[in-house]
Design a protein around this ligand. Structure first.
Ligand SMILES: NC(=O)c1ccc[n+]([C@@H]2O[C@H](COP(=O)([O-])OP(=O)(O)OC[C@H]3O[C@@H](n4cnc5c(N)ncnc54)[C@H](O)[C@@H]3O)[C@@H](O)[C@H]2O)c1
Length: 323
């Protein structure tokens, strides 16, 4: 597992250990934290290694026995992936290349955490997997969008050229405990602003839509995809098809937190997609998977987490957070 100290990765580590698997996690802690994994560090089946996924494989990693690799290492929040775009692109592309070669040397299956951002600002709605996307290759989001697209290309080239067992999941906005306050993602930003009674900052007119999937649903989907036969490669959309305008999400967060915060509208982000909703027909048919946690319920669990974070420090809450 790469990127296991992050939001999503920490939940995947937890789920794998719960299933009796052994997990070796590689992370450079650039956007993830040890605190996210503190509750797992004493676990017999768990090892945490510090390192850059885009660098050559170290002796420690080389020594690990692996039969399946989840490649999640990469900043996911626009603010974080745009802070050092060259590094983001290298993480996406060199990280994928390094892990694919490692998987090949072990005969291991490898799953890529790809993204709905490969569709860019989509002109087809909702987005099915065969839609090839509408991405600006030179804009400020390109380091991530194009990095993830190139990683997908590498995955399918390894499949065609070396017969590697690959799985590509295109993840749509996911939320839940262990998102970080201040990471710039819309759910964490709105919740923290509402809990602190600050204005809720909406970029653009708020009519742009997103589809939010609670983390436990997403993790179930990722594990199910990894368990599929060799012939199932994806790319496969994983996300919640329930679509909501961002301004409505803000209203919902304000209501659920009982906050008095009011929205303020800021300049729209460059290349921000107008709409986003996964077509999950393939995941339903192949995995028998569909999300089950309604947005209000997931938000309430996430709000409870941020309540603890703001009251007692992120580390304390991170260890206790369960999906
Ligand atoms: N959360 C979402 O809504 C979402 C949506 C689409 C795709 N994804 C993908 O899922 C993965 C996990 O996302 P997340 O939300 O948990 O993000 P995150 O930023 O919380 O986690 C990413 C993890 O990768 C680590 N990392 C980053 N660069 C690294 C490098 N070069 N070497 C080693 N470790 C590195 C970070 O320290 C962090 O622990 C990412 O690949 C992301 O692109 C997430």
């Amino acid at each position: 597992m790469t990127g296991g100290a992050g939001f999503l990765g920490s939940h995947v580590c937890e789920a794998l250990l719960r299933n009796g698997e052994e997990v070796v996690c590689l992370d450079d802690f650039s956007t993830g934290t040890r605190a996210n994994l503190a509750h797992l560090e004493g676990h017999r089946g768990f090892r945490l290694l510090q390192g850059d996924v885009a660098a050559p494989v170290t002796a420690e990693v080389e020594a690990a026995q692996v039969d399946a690799i989840y490649n999640l290492a990469c900043p996911a929040s626009p603010a974080q992936y745009q802070a050092d775009p060259i590094r983001t692109l290298k993480t996406c592309v060199f990280g994928a290349a390094t892990m694919l070669e490692f998987a090949r040397s072990r005969g291991a299956a490898i799953l890529q955490a790809s993204t709905s951002e490969v569709y860019g600002d989509p002109q087809v709605h909702p987005q099915p997997e065969h839609y090839v996307g509408h991405v600006n290759p030179i804009g400020p989001r390109a380091c991530y969008d194009e990095g993830k697209r190139c990683a997908e290309t590498l995955f399918f080239d390894y499949r065609r050229q070396h017969g590697l067992s690959v799985k590509v999941a295109r993840i749509f906005n996911c939320y839940g405990p262990r998102l970080r306050p201040g990471d710039g993602r819309v759910v964490s930003t709105f919740i923290v602003q509402a809990l602190l009674g600050q204005p809720i900052t909406i970029h653009g007119d708020g009519r742009q839509t997103r589809s939010f999937c609670y983390v436990s649903d997403l993790v179930t989907g990722l594990l199910a995809l990894m368990r599929t036969p060799d012939a199932v490669t994806g790319p496969m959309n994983l996300g919640n098809p329930a679509e909501i305008p961002v301004a409505e999400l803000a209203e919902m967060v304000v209501r659920l937190t009982g906050s008095r915060s009011r929205p303020v509208f800021l300049k729209a982000a460059v290349d921000d997609p107008r709409q986003r909703r996964p077509d999950i027909t393939q995941a339903r048919q192949v995995l028998g998977w569909a999300p089950s946690v309604p947005l209000e319920e997931g938000l309430l669990r996430t709000i409870a987490y941020f309540d603890r974070v703001l009251a007692g420090g992120e580390g304390a809450a991170a260890g206790r957070a369960m999906a």
